[in-house]
Design a protein around this ligand. Structure first.
Ligand code: PMV
Length: 326
């Protein structure tokens, strides 16, 4: 049996369909080049040990039999619950494990570092114990882990970390369809505002309780525009994708998840010649994206900066979870 393995998984960027995808509608998501890495070592003593410097976890250690009991530090949650879920299904016969996670991206951009580290942990455990789970089994266990912790979420970020590429995705992995995409003419701007995804999901769901027909109709509109955008992405019809992104932003604003800062960046990108622009993710903060003609790219980057955003260099459509070395 292998004693040590390192795996990595990508972060994600929502293209279209956020919020509605929590409620049985589709979205489009792409995996980004910034990766999370996890190294797992089998040890002799029956302990779980974790070092995760990016989230201030140092020499965290407890008996395997005590997983999930007692106080679990915030930064250790996703990895510890992932380990507990994995050993719940595939028990470790003897000894313990030591895990180290490292991120190439700051958790603050909202690229999905928690989901990526969950996927890394399950993939690494699967390989090192010989369980050899396929992609869907990794997705299912990682998604369960995220739900155990957050209670809510579509799993689109878990799918991007597992499968990579650009996906057409329906809630909970009911559909996970890789799209044949080489590149997307995308610019990403970071707003500098930190948001809590679950808080925003809850805000939107309060609105849905108050105005069920109105909000359900918005979700249906989002479904329609995601279907059209999927077709346009496959046809490389960026002007249509841009227009659909603008419509998507309009209804996200109606859901109450736009903010002045994001709107400033989005309008700046549009005015500088983008095909279209919208927020990406839960809204209010994190990032916005714009689809841009190559010749306007510099001007659009500058306009986002002038609006107070930070343009982030991201590679998209990258490989999903993979073994780095054994
Ligand atoms: O905030 P992010 O980037 O994790 O995106 C959240 C997207 C939602 O649709 C609001 C939630 C989800 O799990 O799909």
């Amino acid at each position: 049996m292998t004693k040590q393995i390192t795996v990595s998984a990508p972060g994600k960027l929502m293209l279209l369909g956020e919020h509605a995808v929590v409620y049985d509608r589709p979205c489009l998501v792409t995996a980004v080049g910034q990766r999370m890495k996890a190294t797992i070592t089998l040890t002799e003593s029956p302990f779980f040990e974790l070092n995760a410097p990016d989230v201030n976890v140092a020499n965290y250690r407890k008996p395997i039999s005590a997983l999930l009991s007692g106080e679990v530090p915030k930064g250790a949650k996703f990895v510890e619950v992932a380990v507990a879920n994995f050993f719940g299904k595939y028990p470790l016969k003897s000894g313990g494990i030591k895990i180290e996670t490292n991120s190439e991206f700051s958790a603050e951009f909202g690229f999905g570092s928690s989901s990526a580290s969950t996927v890394c942990t399950i993939k690494a455990l699967s390989e090192i114990t010989g369980a050899n789970l396929d992609q869907k089994a990794i997705f299912d266990l990682a998604y369960k882990t995220v739900l155990d912790i957050q209670g809510k979420g579509s799993g689109f970020d878990v799918a991007a970390a597992t499968y990579g590429g650009t996906l057409y995705f329906v809630t909970g992995g009911k559909v996970i369809e890789p799209l044949k995409v080489e590149n997307l003419p995308i610019v990403v701007g970071y707003s500098g505002i930190k948001v809590d995804t679950v808080t925003l999901i809850n805000q939107v769901s309060e609105k849905a309780k108050k105005y069920p027909e109105v909000i359900e109709a918005i979700y249906d509109q989002i479904k329609n525009l995601v279907e059209k955008a999927k077709k346009a992405v496959l046809e490389k019809d960026w002007a249509t994708v841009g227009e659909l992104m603008n419509i998507n932003e309009g209804v996200l604003s109606a859901l109450g998840v736009e903010s002045q800062k994001l709107a400033d960046m989005i309008y700046a990108a549009r005015e500088a010649g983008a095909y279209g622009a919208k927020l990406s993710g839960a809204g209010i903060g994190d990032c916005m994206i714009a689809f841009t003609p190559t010749e306007n790219r510099d001007k659009i980057n500058q306009s986002i900066t002038n609006a107070g955003g930070k343009v982030i260099d991201v590679q998209i459509n990258v490989e999903g979870v993979r073994i780095e070395n054994v």
